[in-house]
Design a binder for this molecule. Structure first.
Ligand SMILES: [Zn+2]
Length: 257
């Protein structure tokens, strides 16, 4: 995967090797406008892959669930370590396992939008893209009373249509800083090493709680949470990470807590 993030410009290429290819260069004010995005005012389209922050905080994110095999075990581990995470659920899975969506919300973890069907949205007609996003957001709201603030495109595949559909729903398009590639069947030890060797303040970590057996991800999560704690890091939701982020130069510094 090649993912280069420059201030103001985001170049995306060859995301999720073998699964899809999206080449796109576009103006994005992210990550600097992310604080504005959470404010009620209309915000420009933003794509984030990390959050600028001085705090030793990171966001663990889990895609493709909810899953009865993995999600409750992940929630239990997070609780044990006083950690929070963001779950980018598929609408199709949320329809099957609404109680797990409610459980995520009740635990104080965050629900993100990962579209309805996990098809690549790039190249899809605009009305279909709008449906993929809005139906999932509507389902999350119905189950939890809260609209998702963040959207992650399946396979990381983006197009201007996808970005504008997310903006219409006031959802920030969210990629990642560290890809654990946990879906490839690699060992729990490799997943853990990938995260801990590259961890830094504001990092967004990509993992999966659905889309296949996730025993290794769950096993890795315990070591990841222990390793983060040992390094003085706190795992928080994306919403918290953004809330605690460092404002642009010239603005009042954020309170660190
Ligand atoms: Zn996915």
């Amino acid at each position: 995967m090649v993912l280069t993030l420059h201030r103001g410009w985001v170049a995306l290429g060859a995301l999720s090797a073998g699964l899809g290819f999206a080449a796109l260069v576009f103006w994005a004010s992210a990550p600097l406008d992310i604080s504005a995005r959470v404010a009620p005012a209309a915000a420009p389209a933003a794509v984030i892959s990390s959050i600028p922050t001085q705090a030793r905080e990171v966001a663990l994110t889990f895609d493709d669930g909810p899953s009865p095999q993995a999600t409750p075990a992940i929630l239990h581990l997070l609780d044990q370590y006083g950690a929070k995470a963001t779950f980018f659920v598929l609408g199709s899975e949320a329809e099957h396992f609404p109680a797990i969506v409610e459980m995520i919300h009740r635990d104080g973890d965050e629900l993100g939008n990962h579209a309805m069907t996990h098809r690549s949205l790039a190249g899809m007609r605009p009305s279909r893209v709008a449906y993929e996003l809005s139906s999932t957001a509507g389902l999350i709201q119905e189950l939890t009373g809260t609209r998702p603030l963040f959207f992650r495109p399946p396979y990381g595949n983006l197009s201007p249509v996808v970005i504008s559909a997310a903006a219409n729903l006031h959802e920030t398009v969210t990629l990642w800083t560290i890809d654990t590639r946990d879906w490839t069947g690699r060992s729990a030890a490799s997943i853990t090493t990938t995260v801990l060797s590259d961890i830094r303040p504001g990092a967004i970590v990509l993992m999966h709680d659905g889309g296949g057996p996730r025993g290794r991800t769950v096993k890795a999560l315990r070591s990841i949470l222990a390793g983060l704690r040992a390094r003085g890091y706190r795992a928080v939701t994306l919403e918290t990470l953004v809330h605690d982020s460092t404002p642009e130069k010239g603005a009042t510094p954020a309170t660190q807590g």
